[in-house]
Design a protein around this ligand. Structure first.
Ligand SMILES: Cc1cc2nc3c(=O)[nH]c(=O)nc-3n(C[C@H](O)[C@H](O)[C@H](O)COP(=O)(O)OP(=O)(O)OC[C@H]3O[C@@H](n4cnc5c(N)ncnc54)[C@H](O)[C@@H]3O)c2cc1C
Length: 589
């Protein structure tokens, strides 16, 4: 078996792993990042779905906008098919099926393999956690103020800016005003209010707003093109350099920075199957990992001073359990999902013309999710735009329980609810351009019964597969109902003629807190029960950050964890981000 050594080995190049690798690289620590999926947009892998290509990449000049343009098409089926699409939880080899997970209840799991991980098709919404979710809920072993300098660092780096207002946002804001909410300013949210989403998407090219003669040629547009293709990989603007893509998924924004340090090597197509340990009589000590090359099927080992798991909320506990590491009863448990729901309003053309000056909402124009309403303690509501195929599936097809015609909605704030098919689906989809879809992100709380264990009856080439259970608690149901009611009211206030509530089955795409600090990890995100083993993905979050989109907090925590790794096991940090700009109170931005 091939064996090699490095300072730190990181499992997973998803949303958070690259943030940690970047900071370690800046501190002069050598990092090998092992990633199960493909590396799109890299000259080492000119045909990542057809052939093994190179072995690893550490040279930023390997990153190629031309390859990204070739490989990402922005077509829903080609990119987003959960089984065979380019963005899926599966191996690079397009002829092989997706990897298995056992999910006993009706649910969609949307987690991706590949450099960039699930951020490859995220919407780049980057709000901070609600202040109260860190300081007032009983889960976090650190204060909100500890995270602020790391937030600020990412806000300057990606960069993160309020989303531009497009017609769908205007309609939403008008509804929020009429429903009695005020505009929120600043990033530290403590009260109800609406605001443009702080997004990790470059500002739009000014010509899109000002040039009346703009002819639709995107050839030399810089920044956001206002085409809602985030879900299909965010390939715009085409023709730009890899690291200049408008949507700052971690592969576009953080991976190039990590590689530029000269200390970070990324090895895709490498599925880690075991955490190696040694040590004497006390706690075990992580010494490296074993991985399987997903093309060749051969196994290799990487030995390191420190091991960091960044494989996401499902695979990090799966790898932990498959490796036989100690379980204090919270490994894989306490998972939060933001217990989503969707509420859509359909508008007639005259109402729209009177409100936003045009006869269609045109949901495909503008960032996929560019405006939101915060309800601290309950969650959040955001405009959420899918392309038509995914709208028909998630908004109308993904309901739990009965079909719409079996549901009595008398006395409820929506006209229809539940699953929609057939003629009704056709009717609603024919009004797609006049529909505003809102997503409710519930502040669901960590509960031990929700999370990941192993399904010993189902093994794949990497061991027993994860068994993922999510059963909402009645208190979480109540918070979700409240958000759905607030969303329906907002839509009614601004004149929706038909309101539909999806009552969605669990959608597992915001996953947090299955290996939480304070329960499995200490305040530096090192395992309580295994020395030199850290976690740097959303599983380390202590709760669901109040229902705010989690990636900003996951990445901020990963930067902080990198500094802890350096402090505890290398030469320390002379200029910690955590000590640079921390404001006196969390009220300051
Ligand atoms: C459609 C959609 C829209 C979203 N929009 C937003 C948004 O706007 N804002 C937001 O904050 N969040 C959003 N999210 C969620 C966000 O993408 C995730 O929360 C985030 O990517 C999680 O980061 P992570 O590092 O925990 O895990 P991931 O990004 O899932 O990364 C884990 C990585 O580890 C790799 N891996 C797993 N197991 C192994 C193994 N054994 N060996 C090697 N590698 C392994 C995986 O292949 C993956 O690349 C969205 C998600 C979806 C699906």
């Amino acid at each position: 078996m091939r064996e090699r050594e490095t300072d730190v080995v990181v499992v997973g190049a998803g949303g958070d792993g690259p943030a940690l690798a970047w900071r370690l690289g800046e501190l002069g620590i050598d990092v090998t990042v092992l990633e199960a999926g493909p590396f799109y947009g890299n000259e080492q892998w000119p045909a990542p779905r057809e052939a093994p290509g190179g072995e690893s990449s550490s040279d930023p000049s390997d990153l190629s906008g031309d390859r990204y343009d070739e490989q990402f098409t922005a077509k829903e089926g080609e990119m987003n098919d959960l089984i065979m699409g380019k963005l899926r939880w599966g191996p690079a080899d397009g002829d092989r099926p997706a990897w298995a997970r056992t999910v006993p209840q009706q649910a969609i799991v949307a987690q991706l393999a590949g450099v960039g991980g699930t951020t490859q098709h995220y919407y780049a919404n980057h709000p901070r956690a609600f202040v109260g979710s860190v300081d007032d809920q009983p889960d976090w072993p650190i204060d909100y103020a500890d995270l602020v300098p790391y937030y600020q660092h990412l806000e300057a780096t990606h960069p993160i800016r309020p989303a531009p207002t497009t017609p769908k946002a205007e309609l939403f804001f008008e509804g929020a005003r009429r429903a009695g909410y005020d505009l929120t300013t600043g990033y530290n949210v403590t009260e109800e209010g609406y605001r443009p989403f702080p997004n990790a998407i470059l500002q739009p090219d000014e010509r899109l707003a000002r040039d009346g003669d703009y002819d639709g040629d995107f050839g030399d547009v810089e920044g956001d093109t206002l085409a809602a293709h985030e879900h299909q990989g965010g390939p715009h603007p085409r023709g730009s350099d890899f690291e200049d893509r408008a949507r700052r998924s971690s592969n576009v924004s953080l991976v190039p920075r990590a590689m530029e340090t000269g200390h970070v090597e990324i090895r895709p197509n490498a599925f880690v199957t075991e955490v190696l340990t040694g040590g004497g009589t006390g706690d075990p000590q992580a010494t490296g990992v074993e991985f399987r090359d997903t093309w060749a099927g051969t196994c290799e080992r990487v030995h390191a001073d420190v091991v960091v798991l960044a494989a996401g909320c499902i695979e990090t506990p799966r790898l932990w359990l498959d490796s036989g590491l100690p379980d204090n009863g919270w490994v894989g448990k306490g998972m939060t999902t933001h217990w989503f729901d969707f509420v859509a309003g359909v508008f007639d053309p005259d109402t729209l013309e009177g409100t936003i000056g045009q006869r269609e909402v045109n949901p495909h124009q503008g960032q996929a999710a560019g405006s939101r309403l915060d309800v601290p303690g309950v969650g959040g509501i955001a405009v959420n735009t899918f392309a038509p195929g995914i709208t028909s599936m998630a908004m109308y097809g993904g309901g739990q329980g009965e079909f719409w015609f079996d549901r009595d909605t008398a006395g409820e704030p929506w006209d229809t609810a539940g699953r929609v098919t057939g003629r009704k689906l056709k009717e609603l989809m024919s009004k797609y351009r006049r529909t505003l879809t809102l997503i409710c992100h519930t502040d669901d709380r960590p509960r031990r019964e929700n999370g990941v264990s192993l399904d010993f009856d189902t093994e794949d080439e990497h061991g027993p597969v994860p068994l993922v259970k999510f059963q909402p608690h009645p208190e979480d149901d109540a918070r979700r109902d409240e958000l759905a009611e607030r969303a329906a009211r907002l839509l009614r206030e601004v004149g929706a003629e038909h309101v539909h509530r999806a009552d969605a089955a669990p959608i597992l795409l915001h996953l947090q807190s299955s290996m939480a600090m304070g329960r499995v990890l200490d305040e530096g995100c090192e395992a309580y029960d295994v020395d030199r083993l850290f976690v740097a993905d959303h599983s380390a979050l202590a709760n669901g950050v109040g229902g705010a989109n989690p990636t900003h907090t996951g990445q901020a925590l990963a930067l902080r964890t990198a500094e802890t790794v350096a402090e505890r096991y290398f030469d320390g940090v002379t200029d910690p981000i955590g000590g640079r700009t921390a404001p006196a109170t969390a009220d300051e931005d």
